[in-house]
Structure formats: structure tokens, C-alpha cells
Design a protein around this ligand. Structure first.
Ligand code: COA
Ligand code: MG
Length: 298
């Protein structure tokens, strides 16, 4: 499932599927999402854990998911299922393994160490769920673990439902109470140069409220959002893709700095607005992600 070319990898829409739901695993092959999380943890009842593990391993091995990035979320290693999940995931070779309830960098190290010892394919990355009070306090050290390639860490995912459960903090419209943690984790992810995916919106019948939360997440700087239902995909993809206006503006700013008459200038005006070279650099990123999304659709 490697990334074609060296451009950025769009991670706008990241859909969870209960590993026990065979129909969902099959349907996902036709859904317009950037990534799929095959869940063995919270969405799977204890009696269904073993079946889910087998089903997910065989779906990932079987392929047929095209450009979609495939992630297996295992149970924590302290649970009775964690180690068997990890072994099955290593053998299935997804793009990444997602670890729930990471409290600190030690939790990542433990898993990366086992993977190393098992001779896991180096292409299998780790995604860390940030969803406990300790993870909020340790967001920096968790994310900065990515500086060592041996950590395999490539993305973090906000687990807002667990966070709400563990802290007593409510998730309200506009998410004012959660915002300090979300933004703290965002800064930590950016400092480490890894992706950060926003938490889920539980009311999948409320597409309007969901769209607002997508727009908010995109403005906050999130790369994308985790989803629970196919009805959420379209609004999510459009909210996290650069708008046509944004791409147009980015190209204009890039062109202005590339114009021979502006060589050596650090600051210019475009359409009556001040732009600095940093805006051209931001523009390059916008164009790169828009190109990657266009290549995917085509
Ligand atoms: N991934 C892929 N397909 C899904 C899906 C998902 N997460 N959720 C629903 N679908 C499919 C259904 O299989 C159904 O397909 P069909 O028309 O081919 O039969 C279709 O979408 C419509 O589903 P619907 O009947 O509206 O939903 P439901 O009542 O079957 O399921 C949930 C509702 C919430 C139980 C289900 O969406 C779900 O399990 N979501 C993921 C939950 C999860 O993984 N949580 C963990 C992290 S928070
Ligand atoms: Mg959870």
C-alpha cells in the first residue's frame, strides 16, 4: 500500500469499522475514504474478539482496498487480547497499527521493540491514540518519539470519547471544553512533523452539526477526521480538502514570488494583501495536497 511519489498523503477521512462486522469490511472497498481503521478494540465485544482478529487479518491480507491506507487498531498489550492482536497485525502487514490509550512514549517503545524483535516489515508504521488524561500531559514526549525512526510513529488520533469518559469533560457544540487538549496535541504533532486526525462525531444522523465540526477541525489544522459511518464521508472529504479559492490564491502567491521582477524580495503585495515568502511556502503545501487529492480521484 505504499504511497506513489513523494507528495503528502491525504488523510482527510479515516473510517473506523468494527473488525467483527464483515459487511462493513467488504463495503469499505467501495467507499471514498483516505484511510480505514479495522478496529479490534472498543467497537468489538469480548466474545467477538477472536473472530474479529481473524476476519481483519484475512481482509487486510486479501487486499482489494486500492489507494486506501489500512490501519489495524489492536487491543492494549495489558489486555488479554493485545499480544495476539499485535502478532496477527504484524503478519497481515497493514500500513499501520494503531495503539489505543497510549499514556507515554514507553508504551510506543514497547510495541516498536516487539515489532523489531519479530522482524516486522519496516513499512508497518504506528499510529497512537491520544485519549487519556496522561496522554494530554505527555502529548509532547509521545509525539516527539517520532524523531527516532525506530519508533515507527507516523500519526496520532484524538480519541475524544475515551477522553471525555476519563476526564468527565463534556463534548459540546463548538467543543470549547476540549479545545485546550486538542490544540495542545496539534502543536505536539506539528513539532514532531507527524499527522494528527481529529476525534469522531457520534451523531451520524446530524450531517449539519458534523460538517461544522469538520470545518472547525480543518481550521484548527487537523489533517482529517475519524469517522464512524459512511454518511459522514463526503462532508469530511470536502472540509479537509483545500478549497478551490485556497488553491487559486496559493498559486497566485507562488507565481508572484517566482516572477523575475520580484527576485530577492521578501515581502510583496498581492491583491492588496501583504504576503511574505512564508506564504509562498504555505501555498506550496496547499498545492501539493490538492494535487495528491486530485490524483486520487482521477
Ligand atoms: N464502515 C463501513 N460500513 C459501514 C460502517 C462503517 N463504520 N457503518 C455502517 N456501514 C454500512 C452498513 O454495513 C450498511 O451497509 P449496507 O447498506 O451494505 O448493509 C450501511 O453502511 C448503512 O449502515 P446503517 O444501517 O445506517 O448503520 P448500522 O445501524 O448498521 O450501524 C453503527 C451503525 C454506528 C453501529 C456503525 O456505523 C458502526 O459500527 N460504526 C463504527 C463504530 C466504530 O468502529 N467505533 C469505534 C471507534 S469510535
Ligand atoms: Mg476508545
Amino acid at each position: 500500500m505504499g504511497q506513489a511519489g513523494n507528495g503528502p498523503r491525504p488523510r482527510r477521512s479515516v473510517l473506523y469499522m468494527p473488525g467483527s462486522n464483515a459487511r462493513a469490511l467488504e463495503k469499505a472497498k467501495t467507499l471514498d475514504v483516505d484511510a480505514l481503521i479495522f478496529d479490534l478494540e472498543d467497537a468489538v465485544a469480548p466474545e467477538a474478539k477472536a473472530t474479529a482478529r481473524e476476519q481483519v487479518a484475512s481482509a487486510v491480507k486479501g487486499g482489494g482496498y486500492g489507494h486506501r491506507e489500512l490501519i489495524i487498531r489492536i487491543n492494549g498489550l495489558t489486555s488479554e487480547w493485545g499480544r495476539a492482536d499485535l502478532d496477527a497485525a504484524i503478519a497481515a502487514k497493514p500500513d499501520a497499527i494503531a495503539l489505543p490509550k497510549v499514556n507515554g512514549p514507553v508504551d510506543l517503545k514497547l510495541v516498536a521493540g516487539i515489532m523489531q524483535a519479530q522482524g516486522a516489515d519496516p513499512a508497518i508504521k504506528l499510529w497512537a491514540m491520544l485519549e487519556t488524561p496522561l496522554a494530554m500531559l505527555n502529548a509532547k514526549s509521545i509525539c516527539l518519539a517520532a524523531r527516532e525512526e525506530s519508533s515507527r510513529l507516523e500519526a496520532v488520533v484524538m480519541g475524544t470519547n475515551d477522553l471525555s469518559k476519563e476526564t468527565g469533560t463534556h463534548i459540546t457544540k463548538g467543543r470549547a471544553e476540549m479545545m485546550p487538549w486538542l490544540m495542545l496535541c496539534l502543536a505536539a504533532a506539528r513539532a514532531a512533523g507527524i499527522s494528527i486526525i481529529d476525534g469522531v462525531y457520534n451523531n451520524f444522523s446530524d450531517i449539519e452539526g458534523f460538517s461544522e465540526e469538520c470545518t472547525q477541525g480543518a481550521r484548527m489544522g487537523m489533517d482529517g477526521k475519524t469517522l464512524i459511518h459512511p454518511s459522514q464521508i463526503d462532508a469530511c472529504n470536502s472540509a479537509f480538502a483545500p478549497s478551490d479559492e485556497a488553491v487559486h490564491w496559493a498559486r497566485k502567491v507562488i507565481a508572484a514570488f517566482e516572477a523575475p521582477e520580484n527576485a530577492g524580495k521578501g515581502v510583496l503585495q498581492v491583491d492588496g494583501k501583504m504576503v511574505e515568502r512564508l506564504h509562498a511556502e504555505m501555498g506550496q503545501k496547499v498545492v501539493a495536497i490538492a494535487d495528491a487529492i486530485a490524483a486520487r480521484a482521477g
